[in-house]
Every structure is written in structure tokens, then in C-alpha cells.
Design a protein around this ligand. Structure first.
Ligand SMILES: NC(=O)c1ccc[n+]([C@@H]2O[C@H](COP(=O)([O-])OP(=O)(O)OC[C@H]3O[C@@H](n4cnc5c(N)ncnc54)[C@H](OP(=O)(O)O)[C@@H]3O)[C@@H](O)[C@H]2O)c1
Length: 290
């Protein structure tokens, strides 16, 4: 039996779909009955919270393999550590951990938190597979689309740094494969990069093509970006973590393209152009009512 944690989240939802395709028995974990009720039909669900060890014990009953993911929040290390402890007690055999690019070589922000969990998992004695994805293509619709709709522009302090965006659905395929074949994937750590590296200016050009109008990337000072995020009401810890993560990417380390993902997928990864085409309605111009 497989347990998919974070089944309401961006990657977790996609993982559920991919695991379902493998035909392996699985259970999807949610924090609320409301979210569980949105699971696809005939999916076995369980309500649990990483902060509640009793609930984890119930969620892990009879489980051999776990997909472990948590939101990027300051409690991530504690919460995911709880799950690893609960897995040990429940005699789980294999954990597939959703980490992040940078966990290897960046001592700040989300990558540093993920690294702590990786270390705990590696020393736990559990069989593990660690996945460190690059920035998600899906962030573009989630975070850039609102200002693109309103102002035909998006803003950051990325300079000319390239990012090898990855489609969340490709991460999910790799997770499902690792869960289905633990022996093949155990003990491995994979950095997952998308199929091409683009700068934000190039991204703006790509979006312009699918949106059918000029979209501009505006490079702003980090201090202006910080102010605008704080003005939007984002908590200070999150603003700091996002800016520090951006510094990792502006160092150029997010712009690698490797063979790891195609080899794991056994096909070419989903492309940025295809993704942008799929979500082009997200970029429709509000002012024009298009
Ligand atoms: N975004 C990127 O570009 C990127 C790149 C590389 C790595 N990552 C990493 O990928 C991971 C997943 O990202 P995502 O976008 O899929 O995150 P997400 O949408 O926030 O999903 C996280 C899941 O964790 C669950 N969760 C949070 N706190 C929990 C708790 N106390 N108990 C049980 N479940 C809990 C959430 O449940 P609720 O819905 O109930 O809150 C949600 O289902 C993150 O750790 C992030 O650092 C992200």
C-alpha cells in the first residue's frame, strides 16, 4: 500500500493521478474532509496532519511506501521529520521525498530546510528516493499571470539568469515510478531540471506568442520586489525565503539542463511552450476583456 501525502497540493494532486495509472493500491492523505471529498472517485482517502502523530499512525497502517511532501513553510523540517519518525514506527519500507533544487549546495531558504529533512531520512535506515526539482512551470500561471492579465508585464529581480522550469506532471511521473519500483530507485537522489533554460525576458517572449500581445518582463531591484511582496501582506519569513531562493537562481544554478529527467521518464520532458499553450487563457488581457 502506498500513502500519498499532500494530495491537495500542486505536486501531490499530480502524483495521485500518476499513481492511479500504475494500478498499485494507494491511499491519499488530506488534512480536511472538505479536501478529501474533492479526491477523484473511488480513491481511498485518509484525514491526517503531520503535526498529529496519532493521525499519522492511522494514515500509515498497512503502508509500505510513502510519497512525502509538505508546503514550503517554516515548520517543514519538524513536520516532515514527524512523518519519518511515524514511518519508522509503522514499518514503512520506502519513502520518496519531495525536496528541491539547491538542497545539495545552498545553505539558505527552502533548499536548506529540505536538506535537513534529506539528512534525517538518509540516516533513518528507511529506503529512500530523493527528488530535487527545479522551479515549476506551474508557478508561471500561479504567480506571473495576475500582473500579466492586468498590466501585460511581470516583475522580478532575476536579471538574465536562466531557469530550467519543470512541469509538475513530469515530477509526478518520476514519483509514481519510484513508488512502483522501490528496489530500482532506493538510495538515489535525483536533481530534476526541465528540458530548456530560459531567462525571464525569453519567458516574456514565449508568453507574448501564446497571449498574442506584447508581454514584458520588468527587471526591478530586489528591494522594490521585497517592498511589493510585503505590501501585498506576505509574511516577512516568506519574503526573505523567496528572495534568498531567487539569489540562488540569479547565481545561474537554476539553469542546468541534464539527461536525468528524460532518462527517468524514458521520454522527452513536457516542454515550456506546450505548458504555456495549455494555460494561455490565464494571460488574457483583463482591460480588453479578452
Ligand atoms: N514551487 C516550486 O517551484 C518548487 C520547486 C522545487 C521544489 N518545491 C518544493 O515542492 C514542495 C511541494 O510544492 P507544492 O507546490 O506542491 O506545495 P503545496 O501545493 O503547498 O502542497 C503541499 C501539501 O502539503 C500539505 N501540508 C501542509 N502542511 C501539512 C500538515 N501539517 N500536515 C499534512 N499535510 C500538510 C498541504 O495540505 P493543505 O492543502 O491542507 O495545506 C498540501 O497538500 C514544497 O516543499 C516546495 O518547497 C517547489
Amino acid at each position: 500500500m502506498i500513502l500519498i501525502t499532500g494530495a491537495s497540493g500542486n505536486v501531490g494532486r499530480a502524483v495521485l493521478e500518476e499513481v492511479q495509472k500504475t494500478g498499485k493500491p494507494f491511499r491519499a492523505m488530506y488534512r480536511s474532509q472538505d479536501d478529501a471529498s474533492k479526491a477523484p472517485p473511488n480513491v481511498s482517502t485518509v484525514i491526517a496532519d503531520f503535526a498529529d502523530m496519532d493521525s499519522l499512525k492511522k494514515a500509515l497502517a498497512g503502508v509500505d511506501s510513502v510519497y512525502l511532501v509538505c508546503s514550503p513553510i517554516p515548520d517543514l523540517v519538524k513536520l516532515e521529520s514527524n512523518v519519518i519518525d511515524a514511518c519508522l514506527e509503522a514499518s514503512v519500507k520506502h519513502v520518496v521525498l519531495n525536496s528541491a533544487l539547491g538542497a545539495e549546495d545552498y545553505a539558505k531558504s527552502f533548499p536548506a530546510w529540505h536538506r535537513q529533512v534529506e539528512n534525517k531520512l538518509k540516516s533513518s535506515g528507511l529506503a529512500y528516493t530523493i527528488l530535487r526539482p527545479n522551479g515549476f512551470m506551474q508557478n508561471i500561471a500561479a504567480y506571473q499571470a495576475p500582473s500579466i492579465r492586468a498590466q501585460s508585464a511581470f516583475y522580478a529581480a532575476m536579471g538574465n539568469a536562466p531557469t530550467s522550469f519543470i512541469d509538475v506532471r513530469d515530477i509526478a511521473v518520476v514519483v509514481a515510478k519510484a513508488l512502483a519500483s522501490p528496489t530500482e530507485h532506493a538510495g538515489k537522489t535525483h536533481e530534476l531540471n526541465g528540458p530548456e533554460a530560459v531567462t525571464y525576458a525569453e519567458l516574456a517572449d514565449r508568453i507574448s506568442k501564446v497571449a498574442n500581445r506584447k508581454i514584458t518582463y520588468v527587471d526591478i531591484p530586489e528591494s522594490a520586489q521585497q517592498k511589493s511582496m510585503l505590501d501585498l501582506g506576505m509574511p516577512a519569513w516568506q519574503v526573505t525565503a523567496l528572495l534568498e531562493l531567487q539569489q540562488y537562481y540569479t547565481s545561474g544554478r537554476g539553469g542546468q539542463v541534464t539527461n536525468v529527467l528524460p532518462q527517468l521518464l524514458d521520454r522527452q520532458p513536457r516542454t515550456l511552450n506546450k505548458y504555456l499553450e495549455e494555460v494561455k487563457s490565464e494571460f488574457s488581457n483583463q482591460a480588453a476583456g479578452a
